[in-house]
Design a protein around this ligand. Structure first.
Ligand code: AKG
Ligand code: FE2
Length: 404
């Protein structure tokens, strides 16, 4: 079948975003700072332009841990089209989804996760709705489809038979978007982080994120996800306390999310500990720091707690679609600031000999495994202070230590 025939069969059409909420002005909202990548100029002559952007970024990554990226050099029409394709994939009939499950139907029935068996959160394919228990018998209302190995197209395309037709016929478009995020947007952002930390540009990129095609196992372990949230019934909403996705920090280095107008993503304000909605900036990506970048920066950057909740009354009967990219560092990336010899962190006393005495020397692989074992096992909004390798599994402690 041609791509057009497959699209027709599965009713691929533009995803229609919900209208902005009329309650917006009366709700607690954070407007994130934006990094305008059209102002990022390469080469020695562009250095000052990058320093200016790094100044804006430093404020964001050391407080909210969230920022927007705008003018990131990708055709908006292509991205719109991809959102339509994502909607088509996530709407496939349940029996079709059943053939491409990342794991099983319910978390409780899942075999232990290993390096080879990645489970419903991380394996490629569908995590169906109702996989996670949320609260008081209510189960999640999120369908997601994970892609792995997009940075190694040969591997991805070799296994293409393991994906439904809609993924097969649109594989190139999916690969293209995620390559752009990784090799262009992420590369620039990680160079700006080098500038913030007083490192030579490309330090973080090479150590943590550069793709090594000749050495696939050593490449950055990023994975991509299409994600659709469907509304709860009134009864589910009452029981689950409006929680769609419990509070957490990401394991990743950085996470990239397509911005959309439904007020549902909330961050726990670093300054006052209150949950606030992330405002929608049209045409932007919402980017957040994950644990890995927090640790690489010795805790200077903040992997903020965030969650997804039911939106205001006038948006709540609508689906919410996002395209997300969890950019994990390479497995052997050290999550210890001392390894990077940052002048900035030295100045701040963020080293193992000063403020970080409790931190064990670990790699990304160790953290990924330790935290991965806790995923999907807690109730909505349960605050836990689990310490592993001298670090908190979730970043609930942030605002207690915040300096305004
Ligand atoms: O839906 C969102 O906007 C964020 C989802 C999220 O935080 C996650 O999947 O880690
Ligand atoms: Fe997240």
């Amino acid at each position: 079948m041609s791509a057009e025939e497959v699209d027709r069969k599965y009713n691929v059409r533009p995803f229609e975003d919900v209208h902005e909420s009329k309650f917006k002005d009366s709700l607690p909202i954070v407007k994130l700072d934006a990094i305008d990548l059209s102002k990022y100029i390469e080469g020695p002559e562009g250095y000052q332009s990058r320093v200016e952007l790094a100044k804006i970024l430093e404020k964001s990554v050391t407080s909210y841990g969230f920022f927007n990226v705008v003018n990131f050099g990708y055709d908006p029409e292509k991205l719109e089209r991809l959102r339509g394709i994502a909607q088509g994939i996530l709407e496939l009939p349940l029996e079709e989804k059943g053939k491409y499950l990342a794991s099983v139907w319910r978390k409780e029935d899942e075999p232990p996760v290993t390096k080879e068996y990645l489970g419903g959160e991380r394996g490629h394919g569908f995590k169906p709705k109702g996989y996670w228990p949320i609260k008081d018998g209510v189960r999640d209302s999120i369908t997601h489809y994970n892609f792995r190995h997009l940075l190694e197209p040969d591997v991805f395309l070799r296994d293409i038979e393991q994906h439904p037709d809609l993924v097969k016929v649109h594989a190139q478009e999916i690969i293209e978007w995620y390559h752009h995020i990784h090799n262009d947007i992420l590369h620039k952002i990680s160079n700006l982080c080098d500038i913030i930390l007083g490192l030579e540009e490309n330090t973080i990129w090479k150590r943590a994120f550069e793709v090594e095609p000749e050495n696939p196992g050593k490449s950055a372990g990023a994975y991509a996800r299409f994600m659709m949230y469907e509304p709860y019934t009134a009864e589910e909403s009452a029981k689950a306390g409006k929680s769609w996705l419990r509070g957490h920090s990401d394991i990743s280095g950085f996470t990239f999310i397509t911005s959309q107008p439904m007020l549902a993503l909330q961050i726990r304000d670093y300054y006052d500990g209150e949950w606030k909605y992330v405002d929608h900036r049209p045409g932007s990506l919402v980017v957040n720091i994950g644990d890995s970048m927090e640790f690489i920066s010795g805790g200077y950057f903040k992997a903020c707690m965030h969650r997804v909740v039911e939106p205001p009354q006038d948006q709540k009967d609508h689906n919410r679609l996002i395209l997300i990219y969890f950019c994990n560092p390479k497995e052997d990336t050290p999550l210890n600031p001392d390894e990077y010899r940052s002048s900035k962190l030295k100045q701040l006393g963020l080293s193992k000999s000063e403020k970080l005495k409790d931190w064990d020397d670990i790699t990304f692989q160790q953290w990924n495994f330790a935290k991965g074992a806790t995923l999907g096992k807690k109730n909505a909004e349960e605050e836990d202070e689990i310490i592993v390798y001298g670090r908190n599994i979730e970043r609930w402690h942030h605002f207690k230590t915040a300096v305004a």
